[in-house]
Design a protein around this ligand. Structure first.
Ligand SMILES: Cc1cc2nc3c(=O)[nH]c(=O)nc-3n(C[C@H](O)[C@H](O)[C@H](O)COP(=O)(O)OP(=O)(O)OC[C@H]3O[C@@H](n4cnc5c(N)ncnc54)[C@H](O)[C@@H]3O)c2cc1C
Ligand SMILES: *[C@@H]1O[C@H](CO)[C@@H](O)[C@H](O)[C@H]1NC(C)=O
Ligand SMILES: *[C@@H]1O[C@H](CO)[C@@H](O)[C@H](O)[C@H]1NC(C)=O
Length: 500
């Protein structure tokens, strides 16, 4: 500013005083309110917050929404609860979420996957064919072995599947309607696992690793929100976390000023004008939010390689239309119903209803007895998010009656998700696309801390997308929160309890 010119002695003197004042303010520890600020209190942020708080750090959690949980959101619905966001603990072996549930005596349950296939003309597939479909769905979409060259996953699955059918059940190949419906259903199924419009957006190469044992473990009537009560030590009359830890909701962070000099603070500015200072900050906003906001969120701007990582990792989108009924029309042991369309029926669907043909399946919810969830992904989800509830209800009722007959009653309640429209998420979870093989270290780069001149981490990153092997999951997000808390604490345990 003007100080640089230094023409007037008086002005120079004033400038000197002011800069000394600033310097003094910055150095005073009274002005540094916190050791660490955690931006975002989803699974990653809350895990980091919890561990730092338990270690006695002065930690501030700033969350833009009016609740903690982020992409975990349990809501009362039907005759119980439903999960607006994450549903399952995907595997138990070494899962921090499963371990916390067990340690707190929450009796989580496995959800059995029992398929029942219906056709668009209302016919029900018989038990022996349904068994074949169940096997094929599983066998055909298994991860490609390491020696398969990187390619679109759909192409690989289809080729691999055709080979398998040719050698084991070649008569199926004659049934054109079956083969078309099968591949269409597999495509939509991969779509709603990964959050893509087509299974060919996903690549065959990825570092993702499933945890072992019971991939569909559910918090059922307890709800996934229980994980947050446990993390914050509020579950079962818990006494909460130490008073040195503080959470502020409705605090949207708009700017993070991070220093390169060893002696100055991180300054975090919120939309409401408030500012907080700390030694360091852990940023846990979703990859979707990073893609949209990183240019304005950070000062100075993020280094080039970090920006490249943000651009190179893909953000998926899935959607749920959740329905409650006064009367159920399928036996309670049917848990998943894939929709098998006949090509001639597809051709007759009116244009404004075309999107319902991209609903891959319906599944029963574990937290309520009278609820079905319809799954969409990619472009279809974006479209459904723009429609009114009334419009969606009309079309999904006609879909259900086409497949299950006129006995399907009007739903008593309907709710649909909006994770793409939501500016605090902009999608559901990340996936490894076809181009993953060209930049395999992106997640590692995204999660690496930025340091000051002394090498101390100042701007740290956690969140689902920064987990190299367990991205797209809650347990993966929790692991990254613990990872960053450990970085600041010099701890190395996987637990939220610090080593003393
Ligand atoms: C529909 C759906 C189904 C899923 N199903 C499963 C499942 O069955 N099993 C599973 O393991 N995982 C599932 N997932 C994925 C899982 O929910 C996520 O991987 C995980 O919850 C992400 O946690 P996170 O802390 O990384 O991010 P988030 O939960 O997104 O947390 C980030 C937080 O930052 C806040 N925030 C954003 N911007 C700002 C800002 N500017 N200032 C302050 N705060 C901000 C957000 O409000 C949010 O609370 C599902 C997700 C969705 C959406
Ligand atoms: C089941 O359906 C398939 C194909 O529609 C048919 O070939 C088979 O004979 C049926 N099996 C039984 C046991 O009805
Ligand atoms: C999804 O929408 C994008 C953008 O409009 C388009 O390029 C893409 O082809 C669509 N994907 C599918 C499978 O329809």
């Amino acid at each position: 500013m003007l100080c640089k010119t230094g023409i007037l002695a008086l002005l120079a003197l004033f400038c000197l005083a002011e800069s000394a004042g600033i310097r003094q303010r910055r150095d005073s520890s009274a002005d540094q309110q916190y050791d660490t600020i955690v931006v975002g209190l989803g699974a990653a942020g809350t895990a980091a917050f919890s561990k730092l708080a338990r270690a006695g750090r002065r930690v501030l959690g700033l969350e833009a929404a009016d609740r903690v949980g982020g992409r975990v959101k349990t809501i009362p619905f039907g005759d119980g609860i439903v999960e607006f966001g994450a549903e399952w603990i995907h595997g138990r072996n070494n899962s921090p979420s499963y371990e916390l549930a067990v340690a707190n005596q929450v009796p989580v349950k496995n959800q059995e996957v029992t398929l029942q296939v219906f056709w668009s003309d209302g016919a029900e597939m018989n038990a022996s064919m349904t068994h074949v479909v169940t096997e094929l769905m599983y066998m055909c979409t298994k991860d490609a072995p390491d020696d398969v060259p990187p390619q679109p996953a759909g192409d690989y699955f289809k080729a691999h599947c055709l080979e398998m059918i040719k050698s084991k059940k070649p008569e199926l190949l004659q049934d054109k309607a079956f083969m078309e419906a099968l591949f269409r259903s597999m495509d939509l199924n991969i779509g709603s696992l990964e959050g893509v419009s087509s299974w060919n957006e996903v690549g065959t190469t990825s570092d993702y690793e499933d945890l072992d044992e019971y991939l569909y473990t559910s918090w059922h009537k307890y709800g996934y929100k229980t994980l947050f009560e446990i993390l914050l030590n509020e579950y079962n009359n818990g006494q909460g976390l130490p008073k040195t830890a503080e959470i502020k909701l409705n605090k949207e962070v708009v700017k993070i000023v991070w220093p390169s000099e060893a002696d100055s603070n991180v300054v975090v500015k919120c939309k409401d004008g408030s500012e907080y200072t700390a030694k360091n900050v852990i940023v846990t906003v979703s990859l979707g939010v990073m893609k949209e906001r990183h240019t304005t969120l950070f000062e100075p701007a993020l280094p080039e390689e970090k920006v490249a990582a943000i651009n190179n990792i893909e953000m998926g989108i899935i959607g749920k239309v959740i329905l409650a009924f006064d009367k159920m029309w399928l036996p309670a042991d049917t848990t998943v119903v894939p929709f098998f369309w006949k090509t001639e029926d597809l051709a007759k669907v009116p244009a404004d209803e075309e999107w319902v043909t991209h609903i891959g399946s319906a599944s029963r919810s574990m937290g309520a007895d009278n609820v079905w969830v319809l799954w969409t992904s990619g472009n279809t989800t974006k479209h459904v998010e723009t429609l009114s509830d009334e419009n969606v209800k009309k079309h999904v009722v006609s879909l259900l009656r086409r497949f299950f007959g006129s006995a399907v009653p009007e739903p008593s309640q309907l709710i649909k998700t909006n994770w793409f429209t939501n500016p605090l998420t902009r999608g559901t979870y990340s996936f490894d696309g076809v181009s993953f093989a060209a930049h395999p270290t992106s997640r590692h780069v995204l999660g690496a801390p930025l340091t000051d001149t002394s090498g101390a981490p100042r701007l740290l990153f956690a969140g689902e997308a920064t987990n190299v092997n367990h991205f797209s999951t809650v347990h993966g997000a929790v692991e990254t929160g613990i990872r960053e808390a450990n970085r600041l604490l010099g701890d190395d345990s996987n637990s939220i309890e610090p080593k003393h």
